[in-house]
Design a binder for this molecule. Structure first.
Ligand code: XIL
Length: 352
């Protein structure tokens, strides 16, 4: 049985693809995608630094391949991400001719970028992560260059520009650690206020870069219930469960933070011990049981396909051997895969 068959449309299920996979260089991962998934997100090729590296230059080749791959296989395409403080070239936040940046210029750049990119994939990329990571974990606004130059309005503008460029596209707000209540409440206030002003918002994406011990379902679920009350859909957009040691301060996915490699931080170079693989399996089963319980959940996307290509081999520590996904380095299903299949079969046939 494949994941998408078991789910029978209950929610979309997918993965993020890296540049090599999009270029067709990883048949093992692509086979898994075609068998099990009905949606894909590009890990990097739809980010600003990939698409618009210099003021006078757009590069669409890789993103075009992503769109074609999705269409050839009938997959729901998610665009990630239009407005973020990372993977955005520094010229975007620099003023003209060495002058300090003014808000008007930054807003004009945002508008041109969104019109060009969303316009190019109009009717093809069906949903966009319009704004990524606008809040700190305590629910205050992140002091990103966007916020500093434009204030809270930058979010509304980004959604408006995206809607103008493709009126049929679904538009999402995306962030990590939304299980933390202050952050969850901030996202809810934002979405309610945008929708109150008539601005289209279709969903809230919780990245879901989790670790083996946390956040616990008892922590994730109350926040999910709050998100659900907004009436927009809820997506788990970047799911992975990291079994390697990670300091508390790095729970979530602040990619600006990194640690030096040390042997005790890389304990499973020769493979994941069976007992840990079993814990990972139970944890995945538990979170999927939670996902199917909530009608608002409309998509679950793994961040990468197999343990060979997970970004967690390089974050928060470079060059580790990580094991956070359902397929191992050879693309073989792990106990975690079978646990998810069993959990879904039970939950869905029990009429959940
Ligand atoms: C990651 C990619 O997977 C890496 O290839 C890249 O080097 C850094 O970004 N939150 C996000 C994603 O929203 O865009 C990040 O993706 C992972 C954390």
């Amino acid at each position: 049985m494949t994941l998408r068959e078991i789910l029978q449309g209950r929610f979309l299920i997918g993965a993020a693809l890296n540049n090599g996979q999009i270029a067709g260089q990883d048949p093992v991962a692509l086979e898994i995608v075609k068998r099990h998934f009905n949606t894909i997100t590009p890990e990097d090729v739809l980010k600003w630094d990939a698409l618009h590296p210099a003021p006078d230059r757009f590069e669409f080749a890789a993103a075009d391949r992503f769109a074609a791959l999705g269409e050839e296989n009938g997959l729901f395409l998610v665009g990630h991400t239009l407005v973020w403080h990372h993977q955005t070239p520094s010229w975007v936040f620099e003023g003209a001719r060495g002058k300090p940046l003014d808000g008007e210029l930054l807003l004009a750049r945002m508008r041109e970028y969104i019109r060009t990119v969303v316009g190019r994939y109009r009717g093809r990329v069906q949903g966009w992560d319009v704004v990524n990571e606008a809040f700190e974990d305590d629910g205050t606004w992140r002091q990103s260059p966007w916020y500093t130059a434009l204030g809270e309005e930058y979010v509304a503008k980004a959604f408006e520009f995206a809607h103008e460029a493709d009126p049929d596209a679904e538009l999402y707000y995306n962030d990590y650690n939304l299980w933390k209540m202050p952050k969850c409440q901030a996202a809810i206030r934002l979405v309610n206020s945008l929708r109150g002003r008539g601005i289209r918002v279709d969903g809230i994406g919780e990245q879901a870069h989790w670790v083996l011990d946390g956040p616990r379902v008892e922590e994730i679920e109350p926040a999910l219930a709050e998100l659900e009350k907004t009436g927009v859909r809820v997506m788990f957009t970047e799911l992975d469960i990291d079994p390697l040691p990670r300091p508390e301060a790095l729970i979530g996915a602040d990619i600006s933070k990194r640690l030096e490699v040390a042997p005790e931080l890389d304990p499973y170079r020769d493979g994941l011990p069976e007992s840990v693989g079993q814990r990972l399996a139970e944890r995945y089963a538990e979170v999927f049981r939670m996902f199917v319980k909530h009608r608002a959940v409309s998509r679950v996307t793994f961040w990468c396909v197999t343990d060979a290509d997970t970004w967690l081999n390089n974050w928060p520590v470079r060059g580790r051997t990580n094991h956070p996904l359902l397929w191992d380095r050879q693309g073989r299903p792990k106990p975690a895969f079978h646990a998810v299949v069993e959990a879904l079969k039970r939950a869905l046939t029990a009429g959940a």
